[in-house]
Design a protein around this ligand. Structure first.
Ligand SMILES: [Zn+2]
Length: 412
């Protein structure tokens, strides 16, 4: 927090200095803090690593239909130089992908119309710099990212999403939270009064938050029971563990899609929307836009990838001697999906569609246990991921204590 406020303050001063036309600032009239800040800060003389003592610059946005060569030729660059620059770009960036609305900056040799550099903001994380004079070169530069740990908390009145929106918290964090606690908490059953603390890492570039790197720790209290998650990597990638070091992950994904809405749960005697009669619904329907990737929920081997009049295009995956899963109504299979192929958890096996007996695009997900279709969310004994291993206990406990203390301090 202090860091952000400090940076913002510095930014204001730099902004003030760069906007001020008056060459002399009357230092006596400035407040004391401003004076000391100003004396200790050297105003930046570089933009995109280019020394502004030698160049004038102008920043604009790419207009509709505007190309790299349009911009250069409009600014007096010769066809030969444009040709050389385009060639130099080839291995680095496809110039056809220059996007309308993105910023670019032109650097002219001070006091002249000689265009020396073209800089294009290719993304939040990097920029392209093309030198045009005296030499021609092209390179991609990664911006410096700083990371800041932040802590937020709140109480839920209707849903996690609404609470985040009300508090102005980053909405991207909602999906990360749902992922972390996917097997512990049914986010469709969050109650008013449930509360949360989250410690996460923000990515900052040029004093601006550009994204979220990850969640470090979280608490979610549901029906007065606290659930904890601590991020830890024991050499198998980042994973989440509870306060006892047990994995929060199961060997199954909670759902075969990343973003979805459950449109029909597993239930006996459901009124079938197409057949117009009561029938058991032994799967869970996930509604999602046509073409959304469908993921296998666990490692396994494909036993069927075919078409049925009711099921449409479907894939069946055998995970072991006990568990098998099935995914119906696909618009198409993913590349290379056929019986006998081994798949990894989270691998794309097909795409959402409405083939077979379906009213709209969705996946009907079926979960088989010992040859019987069951409700996956009622299976309380699904195998868990590995707990924190003995040789990692001390390191994990250290991290856990650190974050637990921060969460407790924030909650009291
Ligand atoms: Zn279904």
């Amino acid at each position: 927090m202090n860091f952000m406020r400090g940076s913002f303050f510095i930014f204001i001063i730099l902004f003030y200095l760069s906007c001020s036309n008056k060459k002399t600032v009357n230092l006596e009239n400035l407040p004391i803090e401003l004076l000391t800040e100003e004396l200790s800060i050297k105003p930046s003389e570089f933009l995109y690593n280019i020394n502004l003592d030698s160049f004038d610059y102008v920043t604009q946005k790419i207009k509709w239909g505007q190309s790299f060569s349009d911009i250069l030729s409009r600014n007096g660059v010769s066809n030969q130089t444009i040709y050389n620059a385009t060639n130099a770009a080839k291995e680095i960036f496809n110039l056809k992908r220059i996007k309308k609305g993105n910023n670019y900056t032109l650097f002219f040799k001070k006091g002249t119309k000689q265009l020396s550099y073209f800089v294009y903001e290719s993304s939040k994380y990097n920029f392209l710099i093309c030198e045009l004079h005296p030499n021609v070169s092209f390179k991609k530069v990664d911006k410096k990212i700083t990371y800041l740990e932040r802590q937020i908390s709140g109480t839920i009145s209707s849903s996690l999403y609404v609470s985040f929106a009300d508090n102005g918290y980053p909405i991207d964090l909602v999906n990360l939270m749902v992922d972390v606690f996917a097997w512990q908490i049914d986010f469709f059953r969050i109650n008013p009064g449930d509360s949360y603390n989250i410690i996460y890492t923000e990515e900052i570039i040029d004093n601006e938050v550009v994204g979220i790197k990850n969640i470090k720790a979280a608490r979610l209290s549901h029906d007065n029971k606290p659930y904890f998650a601590f991020a830890y990597d024991q050499g198998l990638g980042n994973d989440f563990f509870d306060e006892e070091g047990k994995s929060l992950r199961k060997t199954f994904l909670r759902a075969p899609l990343n973003f979805y809405r459950i449109s029909s749960k597993y239930q006996k005697k459901r009124f079938h929307p197409v057949l117009k009669r009561y029938k058991d619904h032994l799967g869970t329907d996930y509604a999602a836009p046509r073409g959304t990737p469908i993921l296998t929920v666990a490692d396994g081997k494909i036993t069927e990838a075919s078409y049925g009049r009711n099921n449409g295009y479907f894939v069946k995956v055998k995970h072991n001697n006990i568990f098998t899963t099935q995914y119906l109504h696909m618009s198409k299979f993913a590349k290379g999906i056929k019986p006998g192929k081994h798949v990894k958890q989270g691998e794309v096996i097909g795409y959402v569609g409405s083939t077979g007996l379906a009213t709209g695009p969705h996946v009907c997900f079926r979960f088989w246990r010992n040859g019987k279709q069951v409700d996956p969310y009622k299976q309380n004994d699904l195998p868990e991921g590995d707990p924190v291993l003995p040789n990692h206990r001390n390191a994990f406990n250290y991290i856990k204590e650190k974050y637990l203390n921060l969460i407790i301090a924030d909650s009291s």
